[in-house]
Design a protein around this ligand. Structure first.
Ligand code: MN
Ligand code: MN
Length: 476
């Protein structure tokens, strides 16, 4: 089939092999002690971030705090914006767009980093509280794709908001302070599990059985549902909320406790919600580290990715497009056509987590095209399932530019697919932005345990990915 390899071809192959080696080498080995300290410092900040930010709202609040500390101003409150300004806009407390306004007209396009800040979890229903055999329980409806059996018998915390009829909002975080109580979902003892153990994994714990235990102590002098009454009294005393207020609440049950170093060598991070706060944190960080820029730099962090990017705060919302229009208007250069051109001329890294090769589960991976922990920033030309269905298939011309930028800045990167063909699949926000006709590619950090209560990432991949975002903002 192929012709004999000439000497020239051999030499070319040799030199390209050398390049490939640098791209695929374990990233831990390339750094000096000083740089490793920087990586460690970044990961400490990251651990703090995911330990505190366990809902989309908590992420937005913290990113706003960091943005304001870095000199960003609220776009909604500004009349005029000019090149060099740093601005942000929040969408209903659950999504945010941040801009470093470039020296070139917006019409020439933006450099966009996008990630999502919602994570799989267990949401509390609107009429949740009930008593059964002197237990107070909360009804739930899980959010996103979870293996339900992973969420029982672990300490859980409640995060969220209760919005009251008087217009006030009560912020709730229960279960994070070591002195706080935690809640949880029970599982059957092995001794009585003969029938349960024969069920499919998807049925071992069923959706309607994810009821959260919140109490077992009756209120004195109360004869009807005294345990429930006691919980209601506690809620009223501490938060001034009534039972009906659950109707206008968003309460999310999440794994309790902080992120931790993982591995005896502390090379990894174990934490909740790394999908996709790992990309959100590093994307925002890269934008904060960008002081001056030619084409406007953007970081958009959105909600609802795990349930289809729907709703006013998901990527399908017109929020981002509207904010681009607002920005142009405030720069004195708005037209409908210019907004369209700005979007079409943009480049985007749509960032989300991927699956890292796991030695415990080799059968789902094709080893030449899967991501490995420690090998740096991950790229997926496409995602989707069953023949790339539902994916954004990035253009090779754009990928080539990206590779040049990453190599110029010595970023370790890898190209991969989620797993074997026809083994399953997944989607991201990439295709939604690509409809504006901009160049988009999926990128991010590869994890173990994706969507489990405790997800695992490699510290060096976090560092490489942040550097990769900076390289993109500098060069594309
Ligand atoms: Mn996910
Ligand atoms: Mn994700």
């Amino acid at each position: 089939m192929a012709t004999k390899t000439t000497a020239k071809k051999l030499a070319a192959a040799k030199s390209s092999k050398k390049k490939e080696d640098t791209a695929k080498k374990n990233a831990w080995l390339k750094y000096s002690d000083r740089e490793l300290k920087q990586a460690e410092a970044l990961c400490e900040e990251y651990k703090d971030f995911i330990s505190v930010c366990k809902t989309e709202r908590e992420c937005v609040k913290e990113i706003v705090r960091q943005a304001e500390a870095a000199g960003y101003k609220n776009l909604d409150k500004l009349k005029k914006v000019k090149a060099g300004d740093k601005v942000y806009s929040v969408n209903k407390g659950k999504a945010i767009a941040l801009f470093v306004v470039g020296t070139r007209p917006l019409e020439e396009g933006m450099k966009i980093l996008g990630a999502h800040i919602d994570s799989p979890r267990i949401d509390i229903k609107q009429n949740p509280l009930y008593e059964d055999t002197e237990f107070a329980m909360l009804e739930t409806h899980y959010y996103g794709g979870i293996k339900k059996y992973q969420w029982v018998t672990i300490p859980l915390a409640i995060h969220g908001v209760v919005c009251k009829k008087d217009g006030t909002t009560v912020d709730i975080v229960i279960g994070e302070d070591p002195k706080d109580p935690v809640v949880g979902i029970s599982d059957l003892l092995i001794h009585l599990s003969q029938d349960q153990m024969k069920k499919d994994a998807s049925k071992v714990i069923e959706g309607e059985d994810l009821n959260v235990t919140v109490g077992s102590r009756p209120l004195k002098d109360e004869d009807k549902e005294a345990v429930k009454a006691n919980i209601l009294k506690l809620l009223k005393d501490k938060y001034k909320i009534e039972e009906d207020d659950f109707m206008s609440a968003e309460l999310e049950v999440v794994p309790a406790g902080p992120a931790r170093d993982y591995g005896l060598d502390r090379s990894m991070v174990m934490g909740y919600g790394q999908d996709d706060r790992i990309c959100a944190f590093t994307s925002a960080k890269a934008l904060f580290n960008t002081k001056a820029i030619d084409r406007t730099g953007v970081c958009i962090l959105v909600d609802k990715e795990e349930i289809g990017s729907v709703g006013a705060t998901g990527m399908h919302s017109l929020f981002f497009e509207n904010m681009v229009a607002e920005l142009m208007e405030k720069m004195g250069d708005y037209s409908e056509l210019k907004v369209r051109r700005a979007l079409a001329n943009s480049h985007m890294l749509s960032s989300d987590v991927g699956a890292a090769y796991d030695p415990n589960y080799p059968s789902v991976m094709e080893k030449k095209n899967c991501a490995y922990m420690g090998k740096g920033m991950g790229f997926n030309k496409f995602t989707g399932s069953r023949g790339k269905s539902g994916s954004n298939d990035a253009n090779p011309e754009f990928i080539a530019k990206l590779r040049a930028a990453l190599e110029k800045h010595k970023v370790s990167y890898q190209f991969s697919e989620l797993g074997k063909v026809d083994q399953g699949g997944g989607g991201t926000i990439a295709y939604i932005m690509a409809k504006y006709n901009m160049e988009v590619i999926d990128s991010g950090v590869a994890l173990h345990n994706m969507h489990a209560p405790w997800e695992i990432s490699s510290k060096i991949d976090i560092y490489e990915t942040e550097k990769g975002y900076e390289a993109f903002l500098k060069e594309l």
